[in-house]
Ligand binder design. Structure first.
Ligand code: B12
Length: 158
């Protein structure tokens, strides 16, 4: 008998990057993603870029969402997109949100910094998660259509 494949479920990997202990937004994001019908893979806190890449490979993610609240994101995310390209996932939708840099900085400058790091969507400070979920649905739909085998995913036997 074949394993049941997970279809029509969009798999989202998300977590907090760096040595960052702020977990409240991450918990809200977890609940919001589940409520919206996504399959949410929460990496929690203390992740490197490699952790996000490894998780995305493992679950064949449709998108990756990064949180940075203490501002370390600016350091940790410099080559975020390149790491996904190196792992053969060049078109992975990448989102980041939070207090992305240390101190106060102009929003436009912060957004363009993280876009240059390869993020498709950048949310600086207070964010409406409903808006994020709407964009995410559109982005994963597009990404899923572009894939060779869109939704089939069989959990690895452990
Ligand atoms: C609670 C809190 C703590 C708690 C954390 C408890 C916990 N385990 O979560 C404690 C007291 C432990 C703490 C510690 C520290 N904190 Co603190 N903390 C806060 C505080 C007061 C609230 C954060 C919070 O939970 N907000 C509620 C959530 C819902 O909002 P949020 O996190 O801002 O997330 C929103 C957006 O950023 C965005 N978002 C967040 N993630 C994502 C991800 C995606 C994909 C998207 C789309 C959007 C998104 O959407 C959310 C909803 O609007 C903020 C100040 C503030 N008022 O925001 C400071 C704050 C985040 N902390 C700060 C700092 C500096 C620290 C410390 C470094 C202090 C120190 N010197 O020790 C340490 C961190 C150490 C570490 N290793 O990380 C700074 C960060 C400054 C910066 N980036 O420049 C802040 C902004 C305070 C300040 N004004 O200086 N902190």
């Amino acid at each position: 008998m074949t394993e049941p494949s997970v279809t029509a479920e969009k798999r989202i990997v998300f977590g907090v990057i760096g040595n960052d202990i702020h977990v409240v937004a991450n918990r809200i994001l977890a609940l919001s993603l589940k409520d919206a019908g996504f399959r949410a893979f929460n990496l929690g806190t203390h992740n490197t870029a490699e952790d996000f890449v490894a998780a995305a490979i493992e679950v064949e993610a449709h998108a990756v969402l990064v949180s940075s609240l203490n501002g370390e994101g600016e350091h940790w995310c410099v080559d975020f997109r390149r790491r996904f390209e190196d792992a053969d996932m060049p078109d992975m939708p990448l989102y980041i949100g939070g207090n992305l840099v240390v101190g106060d900085r102009d929003e436009e400058e912060v957004v363009s910094t993280f876009k240059a790091y390869g993020f498709d969507r950048v949310f600086y400070r207070s964010t409406d998660f409903n808006e994020v979920l709407k964009l995410l649905s559109q982005d994963v739909e597009r990404q899923s259509k572009a894939r060779k085998s869109p939704d089939a995913w069989v959990p690895a036997k452990v």
